[in-house]
Design a protein around this ligand. Structure first.
Ligand SMILES: Nc1nc2c(c(=O)[nH]1)N[C@H]1C(S)=C(S)[C@@H](COP(=O)(O)O)O[C@H]1N2
Ligand SMILES: [Mo]
Length: 261
């Protein structure tokens, strides 16, 4: 006695085999493609980093080098004349968020009468500045969005001295690579010269029309709507112009240095 599959089953089997065959082929293609992509990426990483990715520290080194390459690319792409969006005052976020590497109860209290801004490095005029002298310079303001990598953004209004005008005033070497900032709370960061000279980069002395409150960085912060929050130093104590990479508080812990937004 012969058993024959019913036509339906047979048909299913044929289709089933074809489907299975095609599926295996597709999986094969995908796997091969993924394998290639992965090896290319690893090869690329190894080429860029100039080291083999055998342990955690060499992987870290590679990632840091990739991030520095990313800085170069962001630097090349940065358009010194392109303005960040501005907003009507009605859109200001109230209350504006506070953020720092410590809590709001630890905000530094800085004495206005003894405060002097230090300016060092590749500048012609290294004299210190009082707040009154900075307030006597032409002032500008902006309503722009601050974006923090922690996942929030807020619109605020800052006023102060155009940073480009300030750098020209002190005779800074405008062909230098970096401008670094040391803050009264041990925070520090640094930026590229094209961003320092961007028309919306402001040495901010006010928030919402009032002297900068302690929590937002009294006596001054650098406000750059073209950069992420951590690149905007509060409580600035010293500004220096240099060709030596200065890093930064978060940047040295792996945040991307250019930090464009
Ligand atoms: N001196 C100093 N500046 C700083 C920080 C800091 O901890 N200390 N934190 C940075 C980060 S991560 C953000 S998001 C903004 C927060 O500014 P805000 O308090 O005005 O919102 O400040 C930046 N500048
Ligand atoms: Mo931030």
């Amino acid at each position: 006695m012969t058993t024959r599959p019913t036509p339906t089953t047979s048909a299913w089997r044929i289709d089933g085999d074809a489907v299975l065959k095609e599926a295996v082929q597709r999986i094969g293609q995908t796997a091969r493609r993924d394998f290639l992509r992965r090896s290319l990426t690893l090869g690329g990483l190894t080429m860029l980093s100039g080291c083999s990715l055998v342990d955690e520290s060499s992987v870290e080194t590679a990632l840091t080098r990739i991030s520095r390459l990313n800085d170069d690319v962001q630097g090349w792409l940065f358009d010194p004349n392109r303005l960040a969006p501005t907003y009507p005052e009605s859109m200001i976020t109230r209350p504006f968020p506070f953020n720092a590497y410590y809590g709001e109860d630890e905000v530094r209290a800085i004495e206005e009468s003894s405060y002097r801004l230090e300016v060092t490095g590749l500048v012609a005029d290294k004299r210190k500045w009082t707040l009154a002298e900075l307030r006597a310079m032409p002032q500008t303001d902006q309503v722009t969005r601050h974006i923090c990598v922690e996942g929030w953004s807020a619109i605020g209004k800052w006023g102060g001295v155009s940073f480009g005008s300030f750098l020209r005033q002190v005779g800074a070497d405008l062909s230098a690579k970096y401008v670094g900032f040391k803050c009264a709370d041990d925070y520090f960061t640094s930026i590229d010269m094209p961003t320092a000279l961007h028309p919306q980069t402001v040495l901010a002395l006010t928030y919402d029309g009032q002297p900068l409150p302690p929590k937002y960085g009294f006596p001054m912060k650098l406000r750059m709507p073209t950069k992420l929050g951590y690149k905007n130093p509060k409580h600035i104590q010293a500004i220096f112009v240099t060709n030596t990479y200065p890093g930064g508080y978060w940047e040295d812990q792996g945040y991307n240095w250019f930090g464009g937004s």
